[in-house]
Design a protein around this ligand. Structure first.
Ligand code: ATP
Length: 579
């Protein structure tokens, strides 16, 4: 496949607001690919060269890209920079300059998808002395053989700024459209993706015609995490799922541990590999009674000096690049395991929770560092409520109730798990929102270039980001300074694609940082676009920032549907209080 065909399709996708139409365009392109090409194409559409958990970035900075464009087009770097300042997108600059050059020479050989992907991989792997020059040459070589539109996407991709607005669900729909959107096949595709987090692999297998119905979890392919729904009381939980398990909700670091033979890997909630940060968990996993396993838990740091478990803010300090051994000695972790998804060659994700739990207890017995999470079986709302109150009094955030008969629901927020948390104002929970813009400081804050945030939740159906709060409080001075610093680096000249907003912040930014936000309640407001209907959207009243959520990506934020459900929970709470 020629890369110019890819570029042509990308241009059409960019101009296309409808998700279904985007899927159909991608399906058309995938239909022209071999299975191997499909794998590469899927990674490229995702803006990468490998599944996200591999953490591989092409990593060309703007300076290098400018040099490569200069080398190909003969324009001076300073002129390219000037043009870039004007246009705000180096991809478009490359497109324009290559178009001018194309009138002069049409000699070089054309780029194929394979050639471009191969060059991206080589660029990503280059390091050390001389690597910068080698990167420039590789990109310049691609640009030499590129049509103007191709150049735009090659440059954007290498800068990590492809941003087609195509999420994984759109790619999954595209795959399923290739075979007329059969519902069962589309569920199998989704399940396969949830079990391996590698959409490239799923696409390749699918196009090869392999059966996805028996796709199973495997060590070192992280499983997309199961997520908990919310309800507002013990009664509601028992009404929904009956007699259930209830576990302490630990506020630490979620870890998915994969073990096979002597190899251990630890993945974060975002599925980044973070094995090297937690040597004591790696050692403990090797002592478990299994040759292979995939299990999940929440890790808390323990202070030897103070003889107590530490808070989330303290535990998170263990997530670091340097000084790992010393920190591991001072604040050793204990992993409270809460699920087992695979053991010794067998995928357990479809087994009922009660069975997985008893296998988990057996697996961790006597380990000491990896222990099973605290749990009771709640026979009645009273029992569940008592347990909740006891844990909240002991300083925990709440409980997670678990349906005894449900499978491990990878990658979805379902009622198999239900969280019951102590409340925040009238709200049942804090929310996680992505920052899309910021305001300048006013009054006493004039010394800062930062005065507040415009934050969005995600409409999972349309894929759009909808505003839910303008956050002006909850920041320490240090946080204001760091926001000013972080956000000024990702400013964009206009409202980012996919953001729906009636408000206009002083600066728009690339949707990147996720913040946890508390509020007094959810209200309806004409200013916000979350769940917009009849001119009003859902909004947070008196929102305040609780903290950064570096463990979450913009794909993992609270959804519009969740906000609407939280609004319903709040209404029920208010009604009970009024009675
Ligand atoms: P979510 O993970 O649901 O998107 P969140 O990251 O804001 O939301 P919470 O709503 O506070 O987290 O609660 C869910 C999280 O609780 C899980 O992702 C997991 O990390 C953690 N957790 C703690 N204890 C348990 C437990 N016993 N069982 C399952 N999850 C637990």
């Amino acid at each position: 496949m020629l890369f110019s065909q890819v570029a042509e399709c990308f241009a059409e996708i960019e101009a296309e607001p409808s998700r279904i139409a985007m899927s159909s365009k991608i399906a058309g392109l995938l239909g022209k690919c071999s299975a191997e090409e499909a794998r590469k194409l899927v990674y490229i559409i995702e803006g990468s060269i490998a599944p996200a958990y591999e953490g591989l970035e092409v990593g060309i900075g703007e300076k290098l890209a400018i040099k490569a464009i200069a080398q190909t087009t003969g324009y001076l770097e300073k002129d390219i920079e000037k043009e870039y300042k004007l246009v705000g997108d180096l991809g478009s600059v490359a497109e324009k300059l290559i178009a001018k050059k194309a009138q002069l020479s049409l000699s070089s050989s054309q780029n194929t998808l394979d050639k471009a992907y191969g060059a991206f991989v080589r660029i990503a792997k280059l390091g050390g002395a001389g690597s910068q020059q080698a990167k420039i040459s590789l990109l310049a070589e691609l640009l030499n053989g590129a049509q103007p539109a191709e150049a735009k996407y090659l440059v954007r991709f290498c800068l990590g700024k492809l941003r087609l607005g195509v999420g994984d669900p759109t790619i999954i729909d595209a795959l399923s459209m290739m075979r007329h959107g059969d519902k069962r096949e589309s569920e199998q595709l989704l399940r396969a993706f949830n079990l391996c987090s590698d959409l490239g692999e799923v696409a390749e297998r699918y196009i090869l015609g392999k059966n996805l119905s028996d796709f199973s979890a495997r060590p070192f392919k992280p499983i997309r995490p199961a997520l908990a729904e919310r309800l507002s009381s013990a009664e509601e939980i028992i009404e929904k799922i009956g007699r259930c398990a209830a576990e302490a909700k630990y506020d630490g670091l979620r870890m998915q541990v994969h073990l096979e033979g002597k190899r251990v890997e630890i993945y974060s909630r975002k599925l980044e590999k973070m094995t090297h940060m937690f040597p004591e968990i790696v050692d403990a996993a090797k002592r478990l009674g299994a040759n292979a396993a995939i299990f999940e838990g929440e890790a808390l740091a323990y202070s030897q000096k103070e003889k107590r478990y530490l808070s989330f803010q303290e535990t998170i300090q263990r997530k670091r690049k340097y000084g790992i051994e010393a920190m591991a000695k001072e604040f050793p972790l204990r992993l409270f395991a809460f699920d087992l998804m695979y053991k010794d060659g067998k995928d357990l994700t479809l087994e009922p929770y009660h069975k997985r739990r008893s296998m988990l207890e057996e697996l961790v017995r006597g380990n000491g560092t990896i222990v099973a999470s605290e749990q009771i079986i709640a026979e009645s709302p009273q029992m569940l409520d008592q347990y909740f109150k006891r844990l909240v009094d002991a300083g925990l955030e709440g409980i997670i109730a678990k349906d005894l008969n449900q499978p491990y629901v990878a990658g979805a927020r379902k009622f198999a798990w239900i969280k019951l948390k102590k409340s925040y104002g009238q709200m049942a929970d804090t929310i996680d929102a992505v920052v899309v813009g910021y305001y300048l400081g006013k009054g006493a804050r004039q010394e800062f270039e930062f005065g507040g945030l415009l934050a969005c939740v995600k409409n999972a159906e349309s894929g759009e980001l909808e505003t839910v709060a303008k956050i002006g409080s909850g920041f320490s001075e240090e946080e204001m300074r760091s926001f000013e610093d972080m956000l000024s680096k990702i400013k964009v000249s206009q409202k980012p694609a996919g953001v729906v907003s009636k408000l206009e912040p002083d600066f728009w930014v690339e949707p990147k940082y996720v913040v946890a936000v508390a509020a007094d309640e959810i209200t309806l407001s004409p200013m916000h676009t979350c769940g917009l209907s009849g001119g009003k959207g859902y909004a947070l009243r008196f929102p305040r920032m609780v903290g950064m959520r570096h463990d979450k990506s913009p794909d993992d934020i609270t959804t519009t549907a969740e906000i609407i459900r939280m609004f319903e929970i709040q209404k029920r709470r208010q009604e009970t209080q009024a009675e």
